[in-house]
Every structure is written in structure tokens, then in C-alpha cells.
Design a protein around this ligand. Structure first.
Ligand code: GUN
Length: 291
């Protein structure tokens, strides 16, 4: 048996289509167009690529976008001032400060400066706090975990009582992912580099979310037959047959897991396109709160 492939390209196009329709409706009904501001600090190539893709998605769904590009040596105060200006701008509904920030910047303080109602990344400490508490609702859910939840939903995965294992404990993916799965009534285990018996946890998982950043770490013989695998990893693997000299692979050995898993996301074309689609959804949601 081969796993069902969860097509992130198709599902993200569906989400963007839903957002585009709602944006058009908002324009027709209220004469208002949602706006997203991005803040890019320094010259991290990957970050610049992600931010470009975010602006392109805005254009596609009809959201206005504003890009602030700042030098690597910007001070904490200056960056905080930029965020404050965007907070005060009535035409900005969502603010996204691309991470990582340079080492001399206090990331927590910057994320905490973003107006709670404009925190479309869902990284404000209050939003994360609400996500982590029973019965509290965050205004925004972090985009990548939000996208993973949508993939699970579209694939018809029943999380109620399921054993879910999250591999990795980053602030951007692993931790918020674990909270979301817990809120969906899964029994959640987070495993990481200090976990003693990773294999035992993986082997009993009905759902695995891999977000660890290690190329093809999870093999077919480590997972339970029929398990649902969501691969958040995007890693470069040397490949001389490719013009650029590498190809992108996930944290999961896709070919090895395909015959064992019940459902699996490919890399690329799985979680990747979902992050930006959910950012568009969050930006729309931020604007909707105005009306
Ligand atoms: N860096 C990597 N992923 C993300 C993300 O989802 N949001 C932001 N702001 N920065 C990131």
C-alpha cells in the first residue's frame, strides 16, 4: 500500500481562493482593501525570498502590501519605532516581522511591540499565551502550524484521542503545533534532541509532525503503518543532477515512508505553500475585525 499524498499546493490554492473571494466581498461591501506590512531586517537571502513570496501572494489575493527593508545594523529603538509607526497606520491590518532578526535585537521585545490586533504571525506573547491555555482563544494562530492543521483537516484525519508526536520544539512551529493538537484533543508528545527513546515515541504515533530541520531523518521503519506524516522540514540536499546543485528534502525520508504511512505531505509542495496561504487568511481576519 502506498500512502495518500496530502497535496499542499492544491489545498493552499483553495485557501488563497477563499481569501481572494472574501477580500473582493470586503471591497464591494465596505470599499476597504486589507493591508499587510512586512519588515525585513538585514540581508538573509532565505528571509528575503520568503518576504518576496509573501508580497506576491498578497497581490494574488488582492491584499495591499507594504514592505519595510531595514539595514542589519538598525538599533532596537529604531526597529521598535518602525513597528510602532505600522501599529499607528490605519491602513495596515497585519504586521509581519520576518525572523530571524539580527543577534543584537531583542526578538521578544519586538514581537511584543506589535499591536495584538495586527499580529498576523501569531507570535505576540499574549497570542501564544492564549493558544497555550485551555478555553482561551488567540486572535491569530501562527501560520505554519495553522497550515498543518488545515492539511490534517482536509485529509480527514480524526485527531480526537490520536497519539500525536511533534518532532522539534521551536517557537515558530513545534511549540504552537503541540498546543493546537492538544486543543484538538490529540494526546501530544514533543520529542527533541535530548529525548531518550525517540523511536519508541515515533513508533506509536498516529500523527507525526516533523519540524526539526534535519534532512530525511525519519525513516520508514521508525513509523507505525498507516501513520499520518506532516513534514515541515525544508532542507538542501546535494544533487548534481540539478542545475543549482541541490534539491529540497524534508525531515522525513519521503520515498522510504511512502509505502508505510497512511498519508504524507511531500517536500516541496506540502506544508511550504500553506504558511503563506494562512498568512493571507490571518491578514483578512485582521481586517475583518474592523467591521
Ligand atoms: N521565519 C521562518 N518562518 C517564519 C514565519 O512564519 N514568520 C516569520 N515572521 N518569520 C519566519
Amino acid at each position: 500500500m502506498s500512502a495518500k499524498i496530502i497535496d499542499g499546493k492544491e489545498i493552499s490554492a483553495k485557501v488563497r481562493g477563499e481569501v481572494k473571494e472574501a477580500v473582493a466581498e470586503m471591497k464591494a461591501k465596505h470599499g476597504y482593501t486589507p493591508g499587510l506590512a512586512t519588515v525585513l531586517v538585514g540581508d538573509n537571502t532565505a528571509s528575503a525570498t520568503y518576504v518576496r513570496a509573501k508580497h506576491k501572494a498578497c497581490e494574488e489575493v488582492g491584499v495591499r502590501s507594504i514592505g519595510r527593508v531595514l539595514g542589519e545594523d538598525i538599533s532596537q529603538e529604531e526597529l521598535q519605532q518602525v513597528v510602532q509607526e505600522l501599529n499607528d497606520d490605519p491602513e495596515v491590518d497585519g504586521i509581519l516581522v520576518q525572523l530571524p532578526l539580527p543577534k543584537h535585537i531583542d526578538e521578544e521585545a519586538i514581537l511584543g511591540t506589535i499591536d495584538l490586533g495586527k499580529d498576523v504571525d501569531g507570535f505576540h506573547p499574549l497570542n501564544i499565551g492564549r493558544l497555550s491555555m485551555k478555553g482561551r482563544k488567540p486572535l491569530f494562530i501562527p501560520c505554519t502550524p495553522y497550515g498543518c492543521m488545515r492539511l490534517l483537516d482536509e485529509a480527514g484525519v480524526d485527531l480526537n484521542g490520536a497519539e500525536a508526536v511533534v518532532v522539534g520544539r521551536s517557537n515558530i512551529v513545534g511549540l504552537p503545533m503541540a498546543f493546537l493538537l492538544n486543543n484538538a484533543n490529540a494526546t501530544v508528545t514533543i520529542v527533541h534532541s535530548r529525548t531518550k527513546d525517540m523511536d519508541a515515541h515515533l513508533k506509536r504515533a498516529d500523527v507525526i509532525i516533523a519540524a526539526v530541520g534535519i534532512s530525511e531523518m525519519i525513516k520508514g521503519n521508525q513509523i507505525k503503518p498507516g501513520a499520518v506524516i506532516i513534514d515541515v522540514g525544508i532542507n538542501r540536499k546535494d544533487d548534481e543532477t540539478r542545475k543549482r546543485g541541490y534539491r529540497l528534502v524534508g525531515d522525513v525520508d519521503y520515498d522510504d515512508c511512502l509505502p508505510v504511512a497512511g498519508a504524507i505531505t511531500p517536500v516541496p509542495g506540502g506544508v511550504g505553500p500553506m504558511t503563506i496561504a494562512m498568512l493571507m487568511k490571518n491578514t483578512l481576519h485582521a481586517a475583518e475585525r474592523k467591521f
